[in-house]
Design a protein around this ligand. Structure first.
Ligand code: RIB
Length: 307
C-alpha cells in the first residue's frame, strides 16, 4: 500500500432539485426532479480519490441523524477508510440545498451542522495520520482555525498540502506559504487576490499573485476553458475535455480528488491536471455529487478514447 492521502473536510446530505431553469428571486419553478444524495466538498473529494484508486483516509465529523450511517457506509464502498470519522451527538450532519438549472449550473446553500465540530483539537488528534501521509487534501467547509491547524501540523511534519479554497471565506493569507498546491476557481481566486479572472491571461496573473502570497503552485480552474497552472518553472494552460454538462455540482471536487491521486502516483503536474480534468468531464455528465463520480477504469477509458 502506498502512503495514504489524508482528506480533511466536510460531509453533507445533499437535497437536489433539477429544473429547466434556475428561479429568479421570488419566482417558483415547477416541474423539477428531486434527488437526495450525499455530498460535501470533503466527502466528495475523498470519494472521487477513492474511486480513482487512491489510498484514502477521510477525517470528518458526522451527526447522529438517520443519514449519517448510510453516508459513511457509502465512503467505504468507494474505497475510503472511515475509522477516523468522528460521530457527534446532539447535532445533525451537514446539509446542502442544491438547485441545478440550464447548462448544469447551480445555486447551492450549506448548513454546516456537525462539520463545525471538526475543531483544531480534533485536527491535533489526527497528527499521526498527517505525519504518515503522502498528501493532505483540504477544502473550506470546516472552521478556518482547523484549516490553519492542519497547515501548521503538515508544515511541521513536512507533508505537502493541496488546498481547494472552496467555498471562498476569509482566511489569514500569512498561512498560504504552508500550501503546496492551491486550487481555486474564478470567484475564489478573486477573493484571495482581488484579481477578476475573465480569461486565461487574467487567470495566469491571479495564479502568479497566489504564488507571490506564498503558495508554491497555483491552479486556477476555468470550467470549459480548462486550467491554468503557475509553478516554479512557469505558467501552463491545460485544456478541458468538451462534454455536454448535465450538472456541474462537485466537478471541482472530482477534479481535486483525482488530481491528488495522480500526483501521489508520481504523474507530473500537467499530467495530473489532465487526469483530473478527464474525471471532472465524466462527472458533469450525471446528476448529483457522489453518484456522478467516475471509477478509475472509466477515467482511463475516457483518456484512451480522447487521446
Ligand atoms: O461541491 C459540491 C458540494 O458542495 C455539494 O455536494 C454540497 O454538499 C456542497 O458542499
Amino acid at each position: 500500500m502506498p502512503e495514504p492521502i489524508v482528506v480533511i473536510g466536510s460531509s453533507n446530505v445533499d437535497f437536489i432539485m433539477k429544473m429547466d431553469h434556475l428561479p429568479a428571486r421570488d419566482e417558483t419553478v415547477t416541474g423539477a426532479v428531486f434527488m437526495q444524495t450525499f455530498g460535501g466538498k470533503g466527502a466528495n473529494q475523498a470519494v472521487a480519490a477513492g474511486r480513482a484508486g487512491g489510498n484514502i483516509i477521510f477525517v470528518n465529523c458526522v451527526g447522529d441523524d438517520p443519514y449519517a450511517g448510510t453516508m459513511v457506509a457509502g465512503y467505504e464502498v468507494s474505497g475510503v477508510r472511515t475509522d477516523r470519522i468522528f460521530h457527534e451527538t446532539g447535532i445533525a450532519s451537514g446539509a446542502a440545498l442544491v438547485m441545478v438549472g440550464e447548462g448544469g449550473h447551480n445555486y447551492l446553500s450549506v448548513a454546516s451542522g456537525a462539520n463545525g465540530r471538526l475543531t483544531p483539537e480534533r485536527i491535533d488528534s489526527v497528527r499521526d495520520l498527517i505525519a504518515g501521509a503522502s498528501y493532505v487534501l483540504m477544502q473550506f467547509e470546516i472552521p478556518a482555525e482547523s484549516i490553519a491547524r492542519a497547515l501548521d501540523i503538515a508544515a511541521e511534519e513536512r507533508v505537502p498540502v493541496v488546498w481547494n479554497y472552496a467555498p471562498a471565506n476569509p482566511f489569514d493569507i500569512s498561512q498560504l506559504d504552508k500550501v503546496e498546491i492551491l486550487v481555486a476557481n474564478e470567484p475564489e481566486v478573486a477573493t484571495l487576490t482581488g484579481i477578476t479572472v475573465t480569461n486565461t491571461a487574467s487567470a495566469a496573473d491571479a495564479a502568479q499573485a497566489l504564488r507571490a502570497l506564498g503558495v508554491s503552485t497555483a491552479i486556477i480552474t476555468l470550467g470549459e476553458a480548462g486550467s491554468v497552472i503557475a509553478a516554479e518553472d512557469g505558467i501552463e494552460h491545460v485544456s478541458a475535455f468538451p462534454v455536454e454538462a448535465v450538472d456541474t455540482t462537485a466537478a471541482g471536487d472530482t477534479y481535486c480528488g483525482c488530481l491528488v491521486v495522480a500526483l501521489a502516483e508520481g504523474k507530473t503536474l500537467p499530467e495530473a491536471v489532465r487526469f483530473a480534468g478527464a474525471a471532472a468531464a465524466l462527472s458533469v455528465q450525471k446528476l448529483g455529487a457522489q453518484p456522478s463520480m467516475p471509477w478509475r477504469e472509466d477515467i482511463d477509458a475516457f483518456l484512451a478514447e480522447r487521446g
